[in-house]
Design a protein around this ligand. Sequence first.
Ligand code: THU
Length: 132
Amino acid sequence: MPTDDPLLQAARAVRDHAYAPYSGFKVGAAVRTVSGAIFVGCNVENVAYPEGTCAEAGAIAAMVAAGEQKIAAVAVIADSPAPVPPCGGCRQKLAEFAEGSTTVTLATTGGEQRQISVADLLPGAFSTVHME
Ligand code: THU
């Protein structure tokens, strides 16, 4: 996606607000919903390490809190040598609110990008089908 795409710009901007004193690794995420609205999140770490939350989780929480539930596109950005893929937990969280075909754009602050679908991020995802 173009570097001036509003979704990527939103992810880049919110990354500045990340609270990552322990890893020093700031991440920004943005989701665009089917309505066209954009919701953002950043990682928020904690001295009790497992209590930290990922950028993607924050963006999803903001979306749901605003009354929306259908993700049309995702962008994640970090200052890393190569685009950073979402962690396993975030893949499952994205799969909850996106189609398998939904594109996730992974970007570096240096301008590198990689696009991947939600289905390719989480093959064999656990879903409601498995509880029937
Ligand atoms: N992190 C995210 O926020 N999203 C990702 O996709 C990968 C990892 C955060 C969690 C933690 O605060 C830091 O990056 C290092 O793992």
